[in-house]
Design a protein around this ligand. Structure first.
Ligand code: FES
Length: 146
């Protein structure tokens, strides 16, 4: 028995949203304190409507991180920024079927990076600058999540 659901493995093998958006309106980043992997989310936003028109992710993360981020991208594409930032781990797990509890940290990487991207969009930043500082800063934040 594999610890991942079929849906999770399929997404991992064929992620639809893996990649980079060259002229993204915003980029967000989050690091996984447990393994050191990093997730990056790229957003294209319809300025007038506040809708996410395109979203992609890049990561060195594991199966759970890739599958969860891919599911997340599918859910938030076409949604408003407000709807997207309310997305929780449960919404993603519903889409994937099952994520092993030990992989919790990996599967929230995408949503955390998405929130960072939305925050950067609102601040008017279009790139994830100061990556290293950002990840160190996020480490203290991640500790609280456990
Ligand atoms: Fe690093 Fe899952 S082990 S993201």
């Amino acid at each position: 028995m594999h610890m991942y659901s079929k849906k999770t493995l399929n997404r991992f093998k064929n992620p639809k949203f893996a990649g980079e958006i060259k002229k993204a309106d915003a980029v967000g980043e989050e690091g996984n304190i447990k393994c050191g992997d990093v997730m990056r989310i790229f957003l294209k936003v319809d300025k007038d409507k506040g809708i996410i028109t395109d979203v992609k992710f890049q990561t060195y993360g594991c199966v759970a991180a890739i599958a969860a981020s891919d599911a997340m991208c599918e859910i938030v594409k076409g949604k408003t920024l407000e709807q997207a930032e309310k997305l929780t781990w449960n919404d993603i797990v519903k889409e994937l079927g099952h994520v092993p509890p030990i992989k919790y940290h990996c599967s929230i990487l995408g949503t955390d990076a998405l929130r960072d991207a939305i925050e950067n969009y609102r601040k008017g930043h279009d790139t994830a600058k100061g990556t290293k500082n950002k990840i160190i800063a996020n480490k203290s934040k991640s500790k609280k999540i456990k």
